[in-house]
Write a protein that binds this ligand. Structure first.
Ligand code: OSB
Ligand code: MG
Length: 368
């Protein structure tokens, strides 16, 4: 791929409104923007989606910077690759650290697509011209949740996801259903329950949810299978799926009926596509998850979600959902609940250099 230079930019931005789950509050987001430039002067972009602290997975911005600087980029310097899918096997000698791997792997995909003058969505086998958007409600009171839902529906969103936990689930969903009997709703528990809550979780079946996401432990595949046998609502796994092999096991053992595919959580686009292809062949619907991300990652999500097996609307909202001003130009916009898939080479969005200057807190450069 004739890589000449890799640049890492750490950026920081406040969220427009706090993102609250039972695991804590996110009020400010740090992220890593990766720029890979080849000898022809073409650049591909990636984004590291680990958070500043390890509340969602074990990775952080600092561990990602360490992995990228001291292991992943040196591997690429030592072993030139012809195609981005080779990065996956090249990085296999490093255990886990999926978000760090994905940050640079997706930049390689963008660069490769640009060098072939192909939209990234087409390179991945995407077939959709537009994708259905979805928005997540993550707040600390019923009143705020209902108000936000009303606002997002007015903005055109047609599918919502609410964060739930044992203290705030049944009454919240009951109230939302009272106002919106037919709205497609998902509920995400981020591991707030155990098998002791079986009857409680069963009571949520009456709300006709699209799915319930990650009710049990973040690393469980076995107990979710036991729970799925008892629940009418389809279980979807998020945290538990960190690789193709995890996805295979979860489906084989009946731990879920859908998978939330996050490029960062599974280590890159190659692995995300493998999970998609495996599920697609078996008629298991998948959808694209979100990471409160900036526009570069959002753009990769759009390309991913254009693949035919992404039949459930994902957590892909417009740039405005979280940011006063995003890091890309143009920004991602939602029109009538949909986002159009760019039809230009690569991810189809450029880096907003002015916004990068305003938000950058650190930079590292690696020459090849
Ligand atoms: O569990 O899906 C999750 C955001 C950060 C970390 C974990 C999760 C989320 C979301 C998606 O729910 C939010 C979004 O980016 O729209
Ligand atoms: Mg989730």
């Amino acid at each position: 791929m004739n890589i000449k230079m890799v640049e890492l930019f750490v950026i920081r931005m406040p969220l427009k409104t706090p993102f609250t789950t039972h695991l804590g509050n996110v009020t400010e987001r740090e992220g890593i923007i990766v720029k890979v430039t080849n000898q022809d002067g073409l650049s591909g972009f990636g984004e590291g989606v680990a958070f500043s602290s390890p509340w969602y997975t074990e990775e952080t911005v600092a561990t990602s910077m360490h992995m990228l600087s001291d292991f992943l980029i040196p591997l690429l310097q030592k072993h030139p690759i012809q195609h981005p899918k080779e990065a996956y096997s090249l990085f296999q000698c490093i255990r886990r650290n999926q978000m760090a791997k994905a940050a640079i792997e997706i930049a390689l995909w963008d660069l490769y697509a640009k060098s072939k003058s192909l939209p990234l969505s087409k390179l991945l086998g995407g077939t959709r011209e537009e994708i259905v958007s979805g928005v997540v409600i993550a707040t600390d009171s019923m009143e705020k949740a209902l108000k936000q839902i009303e606002e997002y529906l007015q903005e055109g969103y047609r599918r919502i996801k609410v964060k739930i936990n044992p203290q705030m689930d049944y009454p919240l969903l009951k109230e939302i259903r009272r106002h919106y009997p037919d709205l497609p709703i998902m509920a995400d528990a981020n591991s707030a329950y155990t098998l002791k809550d079986m009857d409680h979780l069963k009571s949520l079946d009456e709300f006709n949810l699209l799915l319930i996401e990650q009710p049990l432990a973040h690393d469980d595949i076995i107990e979710h299978a036991q729970l799925q046998k008892e629940l009418k609502t389809p279980i979807c796994l998020d945290e538990s799926i960190t690789s193709f092999e995890d996805a295979q096991k979860a489906i084989k053992y009946g731990s879920c009926r859908s998978i939330n595919v996050k490029i960062g959580r599974v280590g890159g686009l190659y692995e995300a596509k493998r999970i998609h292809d495996y599920c697609y062949e078996r008629g298991i619907p998948v959808w694209c998850g979100g990471m409160i991300e900036f526009g570069i990652s959002r753009a990769h999500n759009i390309a991913l979600a254009s693949m035919p097996g992404f039949t459930i609307p994902g957590d892909i909202s417009g740039s405005k959902r979280f940011w006063e001003e995003d890091i890309i130009s143009p920004e991602v916009i939602v029109v009538n609940g949909k986002i159009s898939v760019p039809n230009v080479p690569g991810i189809g969005f450029s880096l907003n250099e002015k916004r990068l200057r305003e938000t950058i807190i650190a930079k590292k450069t690696f020459s090849f």
